[in-house]
Design a protein around this ligand. Structure first.
Ligand code: LLP
Length: 423
């Protein structure tokens, strides 16, 4: 096992923030801002927390690529033995480019195209997580054409309330995801009839950023266990259960269950089932392994509100705008003693009122200060855009006292490289 520091690799010491052995301040100076910075030690630690927590059973942790798909991030995890949960042919290609093993990939998502299915079958992924009867037929057709049998699991929608933001809740019957409980058995029966389908598992994913308790996960697993027993009675035996992702993280003041508590809550049910366990954590591995550094560009105190305009914006980090997410925002070093704190809205320069990173933050600020948005390693860079013709930020990976540019900052010219004028 890798020799890891005992403390969190992203930490504050004497009013200065560090990631492993480097200060945020020096990274901002060296590479400029806005800047995504990831810690290899934190990724390792978070992956190993899952791997160890499920040590009581045959299992495979499949990192959910959508949360952070940088090649270096995927490579760090691949070297630890991680599998990957993907949702597109693009993610498949990325995982392979990053050195991930095809036979540890599970392919989720409700709109897999024929080309994506063909690519996945050709490289030999572990399993397709099937989201509809129509998709099952499509996979069978492609597998028949290639003369192979496609390993599948049906993603069931257990109708469990994940008690999270409606945009990231996926296990309710009104959500577009998964096969409704009412038709699960018919769909399995159909899968059993199809010549080029091999049924190997069952899966569910009820939502993301679950922070209140492990109960929704347990409730979903109870329902799935019943389904597995019914399937057995009908002559369909499974090799694995995929419990999805969704374990929440602390962004501000949440107190989410730890991977160990999550595993402990599911342990009795999983041991009763005795199947191999797949899981698809994304955020719980990547969120608190990364930060977004940004510089205060201008201060705009007004009679109604104080605005600190920073050089990162909603195009760089959209979680506050899209989900009303409350993220911790810290100064990377102590404020000068004579600078009084005020209440600020930390906003970007994009022309949208939804463009904010944080509201009502008590901070002592002056122009040029560097701030860090903590917890930005998941659903950060991957959801960024070039809106307002803003080049996307660079990404850096820190490993102990070293740092590597793992994605260059985009140049302005590259933003219109694929565009043409009319003749
Ligand atoms: N498996 C499946 C099938 C999923 O749909 C997701 C996330 C995951 C695993 C990973 O979930 P996690 O462990 O990261 O919670 N952009 C949103 C989150 C969208 C999540 C979509 N599905 C956000 O920033 O909160």
């Amino acid at each position: 096992m890798t020799d890891l520091p005992q403390h969190d690799p992203i930490y504050q010491l004497n009013y200065q923030w560090f990631i492993e052995q480097l200060s945020f301040k020096q990274l901002a100076e060296q590479y400029g801002t806005p800047l995504y910075v990831y810690s290899r030690a934190a990724l390792t630690r978070h992956y190993q927390q899952f791997d160890e927590a499920f040590g009581f059973i045959d299992h495979q942790v499949c990192f959910s690529v959508k949360s952070n798909s940088n090649l270096a991030v995927l490579n760090v995890l691949a070297r630890l033995g991680a599998g990957f949960d993907i949702v597109s042919g693009g993610e498949l290609a990325r995982v392979l480019a990053a050195g991930g093993a095809a036979e540890k990939i599970v392919f989720s998502g409700l709109g897999k195209t024929e080309q994506e299915i063909e690519h996945a079958l050709t490289v030999g992924i572990a399993c397709f997580n099937v989201e509809s009867a129509a998709e099952l037929e499509r996979i069978n057709t492609v597998a028949a054409r290639l003369n192979v049998r496609a390993p599948v699991s049906l993603r069931v929608n257990p109708d469990v309330d994940a008690k999270t933001h409606p945009y990231i809740s996926t296990g309710l019957k009104d959500n577009k995801f998964g096969i409704p409980a009412e038709t699960v058995f018919d769909t399995y029966a159909r899968a059993a009839e199809l010549s080029h389908i091999e049924i190997i598992g069952i899966d569910c994913h009820i939502g993301s950023q679950l922070t209140e308790s492990t109960q929704p996960f347990v409730d979903a697993l109870i329902k799935i266990k019943e389904m597995i027993l019914t399937l057995q009675q009908r002559g369909i035996t499974l090799k694995h259960i995929d419990i999805g992702g969704g374990l929440g993280v602390r962004y501000y003041d949440e107190t989410p269950p730890t991977p160990a508590e999550y595993a402990a809550a599911l342990k009795p049910l999983l041991l009763e089932l005795g199947l191999k366990v797949y899981m698809e954590p994304g955020r719980a591995i990547s969120a608190n392994a990364g930060v977004l550094l940004t510089t205060v560009d201008l201060l705009k105190p007004t009679v109604h509100k104080n605005f600190a305009i920073v050089d990162a914006a909603m195009n760089d980090f959209i979680r506050p705008a899209l989900y009303g997410a409350c993220m911790s925002i810290v100064r990377v070093e102590a404020a000068p003693h004579d600078l009084a704190p005020k209440t600020w809205d930390i906003v970007g320069a994009v022309c949208e009122s939804a463009d904010f990173l944080g509201k009502d933050r008590d901070l002592a600020l002056q122009q040029g200060d560097v701030l860090a948005v903590l917890g930005a390693g998941a659903y950060g860079f991957v959801m960024s855009s070039q809106y307002n013709t803003r080049p996307r930020a660079a990404e850096i990976m820190v490993d102990q006292a070293g740092s590597t540019v793992v994605r260059q900052r985009e140049t302005l010219a590259s933003l219109w490289e694929l565009e043409t004028l009319l003749p």
